[in-house]
Design a protein around this ligand. Structure first.
Ligand code: FE2
Ligand code: FE2
Length: 428
């Protein structure tokens, strides 16, 4: 076996273990693309996920174009989708469940049904040459998506064709990636089901809202950690965990009475106190932690309503008490639970606080119309140093374009759209 092939095998084994550590589906998709490009030394790549009979573009990476961006910035998200048919290369790979390897995108033989679309190249002053597209298919035959790498690079940095050997390596890689992705989709489905339970109790906490808050929290953390010089590995790991924990920030609302959750009028002070206990109920779900995810989920659930200046809730409460305010773990000057402030509030709580308030203000809720974007941003800025950690607010504004893209990725659906037909036949 040549040393190049041995290297490949080592890389594939290493990738297998790297991918198995990532739990969040979106972060995993980004990782898969990074590793796929690494293993084949490709300048660029795109990953698509199947939704029904379409491929939805998830991530695009391009080393040459990224070098033109300021440090710490990434290429923007896109919401592009394409039909799974023969007209485009990735669609063809998905429909026919075959890899597609092209030596030169600008001289695809006329007898091929798919065409190359040069508009991205033109807009970005970049040239696609070689392409390798691979369908991601599970062992039970479920098509998850397509991964496409572009421009294999030689040692001099010139684009060269992908080889038949590269295609073989990619086959192993795609199989590891598919396994990891299937697990991540399952984890996400379970988290979303937990949230659906909360949503049945409190219709404000929609699936779209939790997906958005999780996406914002991951981006804000990533920038905050970059600003603090935290290394890539730790940054990726924490971002992954925080993203999933953020999805569960209000899951404790399952334990709050409908009389309060669905009350059409303002809460009395007593009702407001009961409502505040959703933080404690949420934290209760994650005691006896089995993983880093449980620890951060507990912190986020308990601390996402704490304020930087020490005016938030719940403070130093006993989460198991029936009346957390009557029996604090530590008393403050007013006899109630001692308040937490500044960096005493766990980072996840400080980040989700900004993400949650931003989303609540900018979205339509049953009790309010969406605020104008400029007014929302003024409000976030005004609360820096009082309600919010100023460093987190700075990171939030630095990633605002990505936050806005995430917002458009997860729009609020009308009730009808949320109800796909159930294909289980009734008895009899
Ligand atoms: Fe909450
Ligand atoms: Fe929320």
């Amino acid at each position: 076996m040549s040393s190049k092939k041995r290297d490949y095998r080592d890389i594939v084994l290493q990738i297998d273990s790297e991918l198995s550590k990532v739990q969040d589906a979106d972060i995993l998709l980004e990782h898969i693309l990074i590793e796929a490009r690494h293993v084949l030394n490709a300048d660029a790549g795109t990953i698509y996920v199947r939704e029904g009979d379409q491929l939805v573009f998830k991530y695009s990476q391009n080393t040459t174009l990224e070098k033109r961006l300021p440090p710490g910035q990434k290429l923007p998200y896109s919401n592009m989708r394409m039909p799974i048919d023969d007209s485009r290369l990735a669609g063809y790979a998905a429909k026919n469940r075959v890899p597609v390897r092209i030596d030169d995108a600008y001289s695809i033989p006329a007898d091929k049904p798919y065409k190359f679309n040069p508009s991205f190249d033109k807009q970005n002053n970049w040239k696609t040459r070689s392409i390798l597209a691979y369908p991601l298919i599970t062992s039970t035959g479920n098509l998850l998506g397509v991964i496409q790498v572009l421009n294999a690079m030689n040692e001099d940095g010139d684009a060269i064709p992908f080889t038949a050997g590269d295609e073989k390596i990619f086959e192993h890689f795609a199989s590891s990636a598919t396994d990891a992705l299937e697990r991540a989709f399952m984890t996400r489905a379970i988290i979303l089901r937990m949230n659906r339970m909360a949503e049945m109790r409190d219709p404000k906490e929609t699936g779209a809202h939790v997906n958005r808050v999780a996406g914002y929290a991951a981006e804000i953390y990533d920038r905050w950690a970059f600003n603090r010089g935290i290394g890539d590995k730790e940054r990726e790991r924490t971002k992954d965990t925080l993203k999933m924990a953020a999805m569960l920030h209000d899951v404790g609302k399952v334990a709050i009475s409908d009389l309060i959750l669905k009350k059409p009028a303002r809460f009395t002070p007593e009702e407001y106190k009961v409502m505040q206990a959703h933080t404690c109920f949420g934290a209760r779900l994650f005691v006896d932690p089995q993983s880093e995810l449980d620890i951060i989920s507990a912190e986020v659930a308990l601390r996402h309503h704490e304020n930087w200046d020490g005016t938030g809730y719940p403070g130093m409460v006993d989460i198991w008490s029936d009346d957390p305010y009557a029996a604090p773990l530590e008393c403050g000057p007013d006899g109630g639970p001692r308040k937490l402030k500044g960096e005493e509030i766990p980072l996840g709580g400080r980040i989700v606080a900004v993400a949650d308030v931003y989303d609540a203000l900018i979205s339509k809720r049953v009790y309010k119309e969406p605020w104008d974007s400029g007014k929302v941003l003024d409000e976030i800025r005004a609360m820096s140093g009082t309600k919010f950690d100023p460093e987190i607010v700075t990171a939030f504004f630095e990633v605002l374009p990505r936050i806005e893209e995430i917002r458009s990725r997860y729009p609020d659906l009308e009730a009808e759209e949320k109800r796909p037909p159930l294909e289980i036949k009734a008895c009899g």
